[in-house]
Design a protein around this ligand. Sequence first.
Ligand code: B4P
Length: 192
Amino acid sequence: MLNLVLFGPPGAGKGTQSEKLILKYNLVHLSTGDLLRSQIAAGTELGLRAKQLMDQGLLVPDEVVIGMIENKLQENQSAAGFIFDGFPRTVPQAEALDQLLAQHNTQITTMVALVVDDEELTRRLLLRGQTSGRPDDQNEELIRRRVKEYNDKTAPVAGYYNQQGKFAAIDGIGNIETIFDHICAEIQQASN
Ligand code: B4P
């Protein structure tokens, strides 16, 4: 079973690369950002609470996203594997994921981190904001706050997987196909 964590700051290309990886490896895509946005679109209570935080560039509480992931793992018990996109975003989320996967007799294969500098992230997100309608992509100050939230709370998750010998960082700048090939090479190495 292949369980991949695709990691990186907002705008690093996680969603973009996930779309290609799920086709190649037949994985179930679990994007907490997408799951939260569908709760917002459905107007649920959870969605309303999440929207207030997401629109400020802040993370939503750990128990909310862990609960969503738990449900999705339960619903997809016969999956060939999972790609975790935008999750875990804090060390407590990473610890909870390890426990949930252990309950399903599986574990994370590896984490691949996409490395992109702040200037390029801002450029990409502002560009996406012109067409995506995502409130969190609309202005530079909000994007800066998301990157700060990433540096403060999410970046330590890389160390968590590195300690387990399950971490690879690759250059996330350049051609999307080339970046995809590098991710596939890391998956190949981790699966041997
Ligand atoms: P996400 O939906 O995860 O959004 P994101 O960080 O912006 O990444 P995304 O995957 O969408 O962007 P990508 O890099 O592919 O999170 C949104 C919010 O939800 C968070 O701020 C938080 O509030 C909340 N949230 C989500 N998960 C959470 C959790 N676990 N815990 C707590 N809160 C959580 O792409 C960006 C752009 O770059 C695209 O337009 C793409 O076309 C472009 N791009 C990609 N690769 C490129 C390349 N190589 N060259 C040029 N452009 C490229």
